[in-house]
Design a protein around this ligand. Structure first.
Ligand SMILES: Nc1ncnc2c1ncn2[C@@H]1O[C@H](COP(=O)(O)OP(=O)(O)OP(=O)(O)O)[C@@H](O)[C@H]1O
Length: 436
């Protein structure tokens, strides 16, 4: 994995605070280690990371610099059809949102990494003949504990489940549609055909992130935010809609087939005197009824399969290698590091729910670290199932080549946040120290 660290500047309110003493050192493989201590005093012993970082960004480095060094090199690979993923890790207020999304949407150099990447993609679509008709399908959701909230669909609550196909699906409630169709809502993917509409959709969706919170920071740092960009064209969007429609037809037919089978099975047996189930001499299973519904179900399944094959065929058509390619940005919840780190007074103020959430976040982040390490070492068994976060990320890891996945750890230089900064740098260096 590529690993970068970014020091944010001290905020105006922190101007009088002492800064962490920090140094960097690069080895012959151009990998950097970072050495920090709480203050410049000679008695303070430094903590030094392994040479795990591809680069360390300083407080004066803006989003433009970070984008050019950490993300822009991936865009040609995305246009060649390689999936890429970027994770922002850091404690609350360390600069993850500033990095991934940004707060100034007017100045192109201040845009966050996700928006800059989308801009570069749209520029490439406009410049290259082979990319005509391409757009970006945006999905945006937040994972809090084990539940996902669709930010492009009024924070609809969605559940993360592993399907019989082994794939992880994020689905909302079941809706009854006209004609008896039953739809299980999937996470919305909003197709955007130019950068302006992409930015509007993203900003509108992100406004949902703060809903119901008295403090945006506290709320946002308790959830993981996923921003997924998939390269699409109109045929792919239409084919996905057709699949969705056919799945909606299949659900009630599949349920009816199961009900009929169970009803016929139940009628065809009776309990004998010894309490055991024996064939019912007065009832003959209605095989015609069963065959009719099974045939209808098979026709629906074939239509679903055909729609899936149509999607594959569109993606494989080869005219644009990047069709269906995904670029994923994850703004991870900040680790909770209160207990045992000199934050007991803050820890004691937290509610039971906050403590439970904190434990869940820590266990998600631990699971992610283990997955990243196992994946970087190409281990046979990668523990994706150990948390909902890693279950969702399985598809991204299994479809992403090494070198196309990046973690950016954001850190504060304020000495009073030393414990959190140390925690974040240790996390990133453990991931980055594993090089294939
Ligand atoms: N590199 C930077 N340059 C300038 N300002 C920054 C930088 N990083 C962060 N900031 C500022 O610091 C404040 C906190 O940053 P931000 O909201 O990005 O933190 P966060 O890690 O996303 O927090 P949370 O997890 O709580 O949402 C913001 O006002 C932001 O503009």
């Amino acid at each position: 994995m590529n690993v970068f660290a970014r020091w944010r500047p001290l905020a105006a309110t922190e101007a009088l605070l002492e800064e962490i003493d920090r140094r960097t050192d690069s080895n012959s493989r151009s990998l950097t280690s970072v050495s920090i201590k709480r203050r410049a005093s000679a008695e303070d012993r430094p903590w030094t990371s392994p040479a795990a970082f591809n680069a360390i960004f300083n407080p004066e480095d803006d989003n433009d610099k970070l984008y050019n060094d950490a993300v822009a090199p991936s865009i040609p690979r995305v246009l060649q059809g390689e999936n890429c993923s970027f994770f922002a890790y850091g404690h609350s207020g360390s600069g993850k949102t500033h990095t991934v999304i940004g707060y100034d949407f007017q100045e192109s150099k201040n845009l966050g990494l996700c928006l800059r990447a989308a801009k570069q993609l749209f520029d490439a679509f406009n410049d290259q003949n082979s990319c005509q008709g391409l757009g970006v399908g945006l999905s945006l959701f937040e994972l809090r504990r084990k539940t996902a909230f669709d930010l492009l669909n009024n924070r609809t609550q969605c559940f993360v489940r592993e399907g019989p196909d082994g794939k992880v699906h994020i689905r909302g409630d079941t809706e009854m549609l006209e004609g008896g169709k039953v739809r299980v809502r999937a996470i919305v993917q909003q197709p955007c055909w130019n950068f302006g509409s992409f930015q509007r959709e993203l900003v509108k969706g992100l406004e949902q992130r703060a809903t119901g919170s008295s403090s945006v920071h506290d709320e946002s740092s308790r959830s993981h935010a996923f921003l997924q960009l998939e390269i699409v064209n109109q045929s792919l969007v239409d084919a996905r809609n057709a699949l969705f429609d056919r799945q909606s037809e299949l659900v009630p037919v599949g349920k009816l087939a199961t009900d009929i089978m169970m009803e016929e099975d139940a009628k065809s047996v009776i309990r004998g005197q010894d309490g055991k189930w024996v064939p019912n001499p007065d009832y003959q299973k209605d095989q015609t009824r069963i065959d009719t519904i099974e045939a209808k179900k098979a026709r629906c399944e074939a239509r679903v399969l055909a729609a899936e094959e149509e999607i594959e065929a569109i993606i494989e058509s080869g005219s644009t290698p990047c069709l269906g390619t995904k670029l994923v940005f994850v703004d991870l919840a900040g680790a909770e590091y209160y207990e045992g780190n000199g934050f007991q007074s803050q820890a004691s103020k937290r509610t039971l729910q906050e403590r439970q959430e904190g434990r869940q976040i820590n266990s998600d982040l631990l699971a992610l670290k283990e997955v990243m390490r196992a994946w970087s070492q190409s281990q046979k068994r990668i523990p994706f199932r150990s948390s909902t976060l890693t279950m969702i990320l399985r598809e991204h890891f299994t479809s992403t080549s090494k070198g196309n996945s990046t973690i950016i750890v954001t850190v504060s230089p304020a000495a009073e946040q030393f414990a959190a900064t140390l925690n974040s740098l240790k996390y990133a260096s453990l991931v980055g120290a594993v090089k294939p």
